[in-house]
Every structure is written in C-alpha cells, then in structure tokens.
Ligand binder design. Structure first.
Ligand SMILES: Cc1cc2nc3c(=O)[nH]c(=O)nc-3n(C[C@H](O)[C@H](O)[C@H](O)COP(=O)(O)OP(=O)(O)OC[C@H]3O[C@@H](n4cnc5c(N)ncnc54)[C@H](O)[C@@H]3O)c2cc1C
Length: 456
C-alpha cells in the first residue's frame, strides 16, 4: 500500500489531522490505530454495571474557533454546559479553587502559615531555576507547604525541582500578598479565574463520544487493532504489527515520541536516542467507584465538579464527581447513584502498587469525607484502568530534547505531534491536540505554518 500521508493513532490529534485532510480534499491517507476504538486518552468506557468512565476526568474548554465549530457540529444539542466548582482538600478544610485566592477557608494556623510566607523579605528574590523554586519565589513557603509542593509531586510524580516553570502560563493563578489579605479580611471568594471556569460535556457516552463521532465519517481511512511496529525513515515505509508494509509521503506520529525514536525507528542517530531518553512522563491509575446511594456533602446535594488532594491521607490527587457531568454517566441516569472518578499518578520517583490501589482509593474516599463508612456497602462498581503515559512532564531537559529530535524527524518528513507525540503539556489538552492535527494537515496541503505546536 502506498499513501501520501500515514497517521499513527486515532486519538484527538490523529483524528484532527484526518478530518482536516479530508476537508482539504487530500484523500490518499491512512490512520493506523493499535486499539480497537478511537479517542486515545480521551476515550470513554461503559462498565458492565452501566457506569461510564473517562480516563481521568476530562472537561472540554477550547481556545479555537475551528474546535468550537467542530464540537457544535458533532454534538449539537447532545452537550451539557457546566460552571466549574473545584475545591482543594487541605488541613481538613475544603478550599475553593484557585487555592491561593481563597485561603480564608483554611483553619487559622494554616492561613497564617500561607500569609507569613508572602510577607516582605520571606520569598527569595532570584530568578527561579526550576518549578520548586518558582513556587517558592511566587507563592512563598506557606502556600508551597500547605498545597503547591505536595500537590504537584502527587500529580506529576516527579520532584518539582526537576521540572521547569516555563509551562505555567494560564495554568496557575498568580496572586500577591495584597490580594490574599484582601480576600481574607473582606471574606471574599474568588473562584472564576482561569480558562476552564466553564466547560461542556457530552450528554452521554462520556468524553469519548466526541471522538467516536469524529471518527465515524473517517472510518474508511482508519484501521483499528493494528499498531505500527517499525518505521524505515530512509525508505519511507512503516510496518504494522500484523506485518503489512505501507509506503508514505509524510508520516504523522501521535504516539509517545520516546517510543517512536527508541522502538519504532530503525535508524535514529545516537543524539536523538539520548535526547528521547531525557523525556519524562508519569502514568495514571484511574479508579471509577460507582455507588448505589449518593452521599451528601455538608447535608446537601454535592454539586462540586472535582477536588484536588495534596495530602497523604489518600492516594489520589484528584476526584471527579462524574455523576455531576452528565446524568447518563450512571446507570439509568439515576440521580440516587454516584460515580467517583479517582486519579493516582505513578513513576519511578513515586512507585505505586497498582494491585492494591483500588482498595486504597476506596479507603482514601472515606478518609477525605467523600464516602462515609455506611455508603461503602453500596459500592456496586469498581472500574480500573491504568495508562503508562498520562502526563508529559515539562522537565528541565525537555526543550533541548525536542530541539534535538524534531528537526531530525522533520528532515525525513516524519512529524510528531499531540500530547505525547509533541510532549508539550502546555499544548496537551484535547482542543490543542485536535488543532495540532488540523494545523499539521494545513501545513502539508496548504503550506501554512503551524501555530499551536512549536519546538524551536
Ligand atoms: C488523566 C488525564 C486527564 C485529562 N484531562 C483533560 C481535560 O480535562 N481536558 C482536556 O482538554 N484534556 C485532558 N486530558 C488530555 C487529553 O486526553 C489529550 O489532550 C488527548 O487525548 C491527546 O490526544 P493525542 O491524540 O495527542 O494522544 P492520545 O490520546 O494519547 O492518542 C494517541 C493514539 O495513538 C495510538 N498509538 C500510539 N502508538 C501507536 C502505534 N505504535 N501504532 C498505532 N497506534 C498507536 C494510541 O493507541 C492512541 O489512540 C487529560 C489527560 C489525562 C491523561
């Protein structure tokens, strides 16, 4: 088989590329997906008890007109709009997100700990060299200790000292001493910050419904269940696990970049192999706990969307009240049922025994007051899934590694884009990923420069 374009992966990036190629009339392409379904990390699954689960709570918030139009076309009226209600569990309190804007909700000693770290002369006055130092310089020791340091280790599974702060941009709310004091003294809450303060969610089928619908009209181009095993960059051929060889004009990879270099490419030079070895990632264990009786929060219906957990009384860093995203996420859209979607990260720096993680998750839900002892008997579903590639870590060596690997690939008309293909967390959400694929297709067909993904 000979194609103009071969695409590895039918996740958001691969589907974005395929959709745009088809729109531009470039019909000679194939998408090779090793799974039996589309969506990649943004896929969703229905368990035998009838609960729907994402691979960790996904919310759609977009930065792009193309993506918004596409979503409207794919989902139409089948989407629900939500206002973010997110909280941080710290020192026994629930602090509205963003934590640093709302520390008045902490017990008094912790409030003082946070404020005192922000007082004049308490924060280092230097250019931070890594993410740990950045937190210290911007937020001080108190907010660092109570929330940001332990939380970031829990989610990234890499010490913040080994991460750069260059990705922070719109991901972390910056507030100074004056703002913190004002909110404490005037008892103000500030919860509207950030790009995901409103989001949409498919009314059924979970996040994966978006990508099932995106893939459907492209089905003639997509081959499921046959991964790409090896690539010969010189001959411009790839070989699938089932043994078929395909010749391509250009190749888009959307699987992990390190594996592309070290496992699939036959002739990657030593400096690329070395650079690929510098890239860091974590894995994420997803535990879906379906409960037949929905617990109350402070005596009322729990309207919260998701909660962050920096402390060690539970293994997870985040729990999503997935029942609040769409009634159809629980069997029979039964408003009496609850779906807790819990995420725990792991890595060599933070090993986890996955065989006991579900049990520890259920225990943790009890410890943080989400699942009282009596409700545990009502658990009717325990869904487990773990992905080895969860978050592409913006480690200190990342940009140098990308600057080594990407030009070598592009010199051979191999392009690597998407969450792990491009390895840039700051453009690693679903909207970014779809647009990386779309812009790659426009570059191939229309010679337009890409905007979302850059490595130079
Ligand atoms: C825990 C978690 C929470 C998240 N929350 C959000 C959120 O709230 N909002 C948001 O916008 N985004 C969120 N994301 C990010 C979102 O999942 C990604 O943006 C998106 O899935 C990336 O798409 P992709 O196509 O680049 O990569 P992937 O989704 O990883 O897809 C790559 C595809 O390539 C396939 N593949 C890999 N190697 C091969 C091979 N050799 N041969 C054939 N096929 C191959 C894989 O099977 C996969 O289907 C979250 C991600 C995680 C892990």
């Amino acid at each position: 088989m000979q194609v103009d374009y071969a695409i590895i992966g039918a996740g958001p990036t691969g589907l974005g590329a395929a959709r745009r190629l088809a729109e531009l009339g470039a019909a000679n392409f194939v998408v090779l997906e090793k799974n039996a379904h589309p969506g990649g990390l943004a896929a969703s699954f229905k368990d035998p008890q009838g609960y729907t689960w994402d691979i960790g709570g996904h919310v759609v918030f977009s930065h792009y007109e193309y993506f918004d139009k596409m979503l409207a076309e794919l989902l139409g009226a089948d989407q629900l709009k939500h206002e973010r209600r997110a909280f941080i569990r710290a020192r026994g309190a629930w602090v509205p997100y963003p934590f640093q804007n709302n520390i008045r909700h902490l017990p008094r000693p912790a409030r003082w700990e946070c404020v005192s770290g922000l007082l004049p002369g308490k924060r280092p006055e230097k250019t931070p060299q890594n993410f740990h130092e950045w937190i210290h310089c911007v937020f001080g020791e108190g907010i660092g200790n109570v929330f940001l340091w332990p939380y970031n280790f829990k989610v990234w599974a890499i010490p913040p000292e080994q991460m750069s702060a260059s990705w922070v941009g719109e991901r972390v709310s910056i507030v100074g001493l004056e703002g913190v004091l004002k909110n404490i003294i005037l008892e103000l809450d500030e919860v509207g910050w950030g790009p995901n303060n409103a989001f949409t969610f498919p009314s059924h089928g979970g996040t994966g419904e978006i990508f099932r619908r995106m893939a459907a009209p492209l089905s003639g181009h997509i081959r499921y269940g046959d991964g790409v095993a090896s690539i010969d960059a010189a001959k411009k051929t790839l070989t699938t696990a089932s043994g078929e060889t395909i010749t391509f004009g250009a190749l888009l990879n959307t699987g992990p970049l390190d594996l592309l270099i070290t496992e699939q490419l036959a002739q990657a030079p030593d400096d690329c192999v070395e650079a690929a070895g510098l890239l860091k990632h974590n894995g994420v264990f997803v535990a879906g706990v379906g409960v037949g009786a929905r617990p109350l929060h402070e005596g009322k219906r729990d309207k919260r969307c998701w909660m962050y957990f920096p402390e060690d009384d539970c293994p997870f860093y985040r729990v999503t009240n997935f029942h609040n995203y769409a009634p159809a996420n629980v069997p029979g859209s039964d408003t009496a049922k609850a779906a807790f979607l819990c995420e725990t990260s792991f890595s060599g720096h933070k090993p986890e025994d996955l065989s006991t993680l579900m049990e520890r998750t259920v225990e943790g839900l009890g410890n943080v007051d989400l699942l009282p002892e009596a409700a545990r008997a009502k658990i009717e579903s325990r869904f487990e899934l773990s992905v080895d590639y969860g978050y592409p870590v913006p480690c200190l060596e990342r940009d140098l590694a990308l600057r080594t690997v990407q030009p070598w690939l592009e010199g051979r008309e191999i392009y690597s884009r998407g969450r792990f293909g491009g390895w840039k967390y700051e453009v690693g959400n679903m909207d970014h990923s779809v647009m990386q694929g779309v812009e790659w297709a426009e570059r191939m067909v229309q010679k337009q420069p890409e905007k979302t993904y850059t490595w130079k």
